[in-house]
Design a protein around this ligand. Structure first.
Ligand SMILES: O=C(O)c1cc(=O)[nH]c(=O)n1[C@@H]1O[C@H](COP(=O)(O)O)[C@@H](O)[C@H]1O
Length: 270
C-alpha cells in the first residue's frame, strides 16, 4: 500500500494521529531489559506491540540504532512491524540528503534494506538530492521544513525576499516536488505559528510534528494551527514521552497508557 493511503487509513479508520517515536537508549531501559541479550530489539518490540493499535505510524530514529551497532535490530524491528502490525506505516528517521548518485544509495538503504514506508530527508541540497526518493511514488518523502529545535530558526527563518526560507521550502515542495502526492513536511510542535503559516500554503499535505512531550510542544496549539478541515493531516510524534513513560517491568503498559492519553488529548481538538 502507498504510504499516503496507509496514513489516511490510520487517521480515519483507527482514529489516531499519534506517531510513536522509537529512540532506543539503553541507559534509560528498565533494569531487566538492560542486561538481556538483544536488548535493543526486545525493548523496541515490546513498545511496538503495546502501542501499535494507537499509532498512525512508527518512527525509528536511525542514529539511535547505528550508534549502538544495532542496525540489524532495526531491520528486524521494521520486519516485525510489517508482519505483526500490517497497515501501520514505518517512517525511517534518517534526515538524509546528498548528490543524486549518493542519494540513490540512501533510497536503497531506506526502502530496500530497511523496508521503510517513508523517510525523513533534508531538502536543503535541492531537488536533485531528493528526486530519487520522489520517484518512489509509493513511499513517503518527509522533508525538513521548520524543525523543532531552538536553533531551527538560525537558517530556516532567514529572510528570503520578504518570506522566511522555510515558507519558500514549503511552497516549492507543494507546487513543484509533489507530483506523485508522496511529500510531507516536518514542522516542529514548538512553533505553532509557523505550523499555521505552512498549513495555509500546502493544503492538506501531511505534516510530521515532533516536539510534543519532552520538548514541550502544546497539543492544543498544534491542533488549532495544523489540522486539516477533516480533523487530520498531522502525524504528532512523541518518542521519550511514550517509550520511557515507565522504567520497571511494566514499561510497555506505561508506554501504552502514555500513547492512549496522547491520542485522546489530540482527538479532543480534532
Ligand atoms: O525529523 C524528526 O523526526 C525530528 C525533526 C525535528 O524537527 N525535531 C525532532 O525532534 N525530530 C525527531 O523527533 C524525535 C523527538 O523525540 P522526543 O523529543 O523524545 O519526543 C527525535 O527522534 C528527533 O530526532
Amino acid at each position: 500500500m502507498r504510504f499516503s493511503d496507509a496514513l489516511q487509513q490510520r487517521w480515519r479508520q483507527h482514529d489516531t494521529l499519534v506517531c510513536v517515536g522509537l529512540d532506543p537508549d539503553p541507559a534509560k531501559f528498565p533494569a531487566h531489559i538492560k542486561g538481556a541479550p538483544d536488548a535493543v530489539f526486545a525493548f523496541c518490540r515490546a513498545i511496538v506491540d503495546a502501542t501499535a493499535d494507537l499509532a498512525c505510524a512508527f518512527k525509528p530514529q536511525i542514529a539511535h540504532f547505528a550508534a549502538l551497532r544495532a542496525e540489524d535490530a532495526l531491520e528486524r524491528l521494521i520486519a516485525h512491524i510489517h508482519q505483526r502490525h500490517p497497515g501501520v506505516p514505518v517512517i525511517l528517521d534518517a534526515k538524509r540528503g546528498d548528490i543524486g548518485s549518493t542519494a540513490q544509495h540512501y533510497v536503497t538503504e531506506a526502502f530496500d534494506r530497511y523496508g521503510a514506508d517513508a523517510v525523513t530527508l533534508n531538502p536543503y541540497m535541492g531537488r536533485d538530492s531528493i528526486q530519487p526518493f520522489l520517484d518512489r511514488a509509493d513511499k513517503g518523502v518527509i522533508l525538513l521544513c521548520r524543525t523543532s529545535n531552538p536553533g531551527g530558526a538560525d537558517f530556516q527563518a532567514l529572510d528570503c525576499g520578504g518570506v522566511p526560507l522555510y515558507l519558500r521550502v514549503a511552497e516549492t515542495i507543494a507546487r513543484d516536488w509533489n507530483t506523485h502526492g508522496n511529500c510531507a513536511l516536518v514542522t516542529g510542535a514548538t512553533w505553532p505559528d509557523e505550523i499555521r503559516q505552512v498549513r495555509a500554503l500546502v493544503g492538506d499535505m501531511p505534516l510530521l510534528v515532533p516536539g510534543i512531550g519532552a520538548q514541550g510542544g502544546d497539543i492544543e496549539a498544534v491542533m488549532h494551527a495544523g489540522r486539516t478541515t477533516d480533523g487530520s493531516g498531522l502525524m504528532i510524534n512523541s518518542s521519550r514521552g511514550i517509550i520511557y513513560a515507565g522504567n520497571d517491568k511494566d514499561f510497555a503498559i506505561a508506554a501504552r497508557t502514555a500513547a492512549t492519553e496522547l491520542r485522546d488529548t489530540i482527538n479532543r481538538y480534532r
